[in-house]
Design a protein around this ligand. Structure first.
Ligand code: NIG
Ligand code: FE
Length: 444
């Protein structure tokens, strides 16, 4: 067989193979290493995986061959929780926090999320795309090939739809695949400051039904320009709610989740980021949420309910780190309880402006108690599960997309061990080399 791309002689090919579902418990500590490994990609998909000798028996020629001797090859990283679309920045608030103001104080005084809402409302679609593209480039350079992206800095119909348009435009034009989430329930907008329940009514009665029904035409062509896929995709796959004091309370969260579920959307919840929400985790689990995220102050009995379910737990270690707080998601405990643990950057201008999943792995190993293997599985196969992308990405297995990262080093553990630099040498997205020698290939 003749293929588009063959990566061979990898000192280690780290597959993160899971035969289907996410990983739990002891399986998290296994990353499925093949020594002197090879992987072949054709028409964007992985067609052979094994030792170089095994793959070479089936693959006789390739348009491009990469010799990965001396390198570790891992699956493209998946970032399952991002607020990557926004305009502006909040360095002044960062400085205020360093001088003693808390995140919730700044938020409740009309700064924080609402500051970024003002900037995002004022930005044109083109400007929003331009500012976001820069961050996506950095994410790609750090090995991320698939990411979730939330709206939530509009909080009015026009700007929420503009954010979803930006996500779609970037998904089409940038190598990173983006999975869209509607986060109209990120904060109470200033117009509704004194009547928050009216905003919840607006979300439940108008925005959610509208967003749930909104679809885009998606087309994919091969290298010769032939149409290989054509269909319609939802403008938002998930509906998310920030359930926290000062944002949405439990009762409001339930109303929003119920409306989204009734409209056919999958669910996600920001929960227990700062204070225990008194019940959002069991409610979300009961409603079949795909993931619950943050979980810094979640009580033990709720972690047990979560771990026994199919809802993924997403730890966001960049957030306590970014806020200089000492408490992190109890990742070790969630794995030991048998839960499905993933990690993400939460990239946003307030709590965690970090494009790098390897940095999250460095933090998760130190502050969430994960091993380097658990951190890699949490950033690949389980992260893919947390955005319903595991049938397509998150591991190096036949049939999945040809999304690969080639490291500078022969040992994947260095991704967690070292931090602050970038060990990602080459990135392959759907069989195409998009980063080479730490540099973007062509214009993204
Ligand atoms: O996940 N918690 C709410 N949203 C973000 C912060 C967003 C912001 O500060 O702009 C988070 O931490
Ligand atoms: Fe978030």
């Amino acid at each position: 067989m003749h293929v588009d791309l063959l990566v061979e002689h990898a000192t280690e090919l780290v597959t993160c193979a899971s035969q289907g579902g996410p990983k739990r418990g002891p399986a998290m500590d296994d990353v499925g290493i093949i020594h002197d490994g090879a992987v072949a990609v054709h028409r964007g998909r992985i067609v052979a995986v094994g030792t170089t000798a095994q793959v070479r028996e089936r693959i006789t020629a390739a348009h491009r061959v990469i010799d990965a001797r001396g390198h570790s090859v891992i699956p493209g990283l998946v970032d399952p929780h991002t607020h990557v679309v926004w305009a502006g920045e909040r360095a002044a608030e960062f400085e205020m926090r360093l001088k003693g103001a808390t995140y919730l104080e700044i938020f409740q005084a009309g700064g924080g999320i609402l500051r970024t809402v003002r900037d995002t409302r004022a930005a044109s679609l083109d400007d929003l795309v331009l500012q976001t593209r820069e961050r996506l480039d950095r994410m790609l350079l750090a090995g991320t090939t698939t990411a979730e992206a939330k709206s939530g800095y509009g909080l009015d119909e026009e700007t929420e739809l503009k954010m979803l348009d930006a996500i779609r435009a970037l998904d089409e034009s940038h190598p990173i695949d983006l999975v869209p989430t509607f986060l109209g329930a990120h904060a109470i907008p200033p117009e509704y400051r004194d009547r928050p329940d009216d905003y919840v009514d607006f979300l439940v009665e108008e925005m959610i039904p509208k967003v749930a029904a909104l679809q885009y035409r998606v087309e994919e062509t091969d290298e010769e320009g032939n149409l290989v896929y054509g269909g319609y995709e939802r403008a938002a796959w998930f509906c998310d709610v920030f359930c926290e004091r000062g944002a949405f309370n439990l009762e409001q969260t339930i109303r929003i989740l119920q409306a989204a579920k009734a409209a056919g959307m999958d669910l996600k919840v920001h929960v227990d980021e700062f204070e225990p929400s008194l019940g959002a985790v069991p409610v979300a689990v009961e409603m079949g949420a795909i993931s619950v995220d943050h979980l810094v102050s979640t009580p033990e009995e709720h972690l047990r309910v979560l771990a026994a379910s199919d809802t993924a737990a997403i730890g966001l270690p960049g957030t306590p780190f970014g806020l200089a707080e000492c408490e992190y998601t109890k990742g070790r405990h969630i794995i030991d309880l048998g839960g499905i643990l993933a990690i993400a950057t939460d990239i946003n201008p307030g709590t965690s402006w970090c494009e790098s999943m390897p940095m999250m792995m460095a933090l998760a190993t130190r502050y969430m108690g994960l091993t380097p293997a658990e951190a890699l599985n949490a950033a690949t196969i389980n992260a893919a599960y947390a955005i319903k992308m595991h049938p397509f990405v998150g591991s190096i297995e036949e049939g999945k997309q040809g999304d690969l990262v080639i490291l500078d080093v022969p040992d994947y553990r260095h991704l967690s061990y070292r931090y602050g630099g970038n060990l990602v040498h080459t990135v392959v997205k759907k069989g195409r080399v998009v980063v080479e020698d730490h540099t973007l290939v062509g214009s993204t």
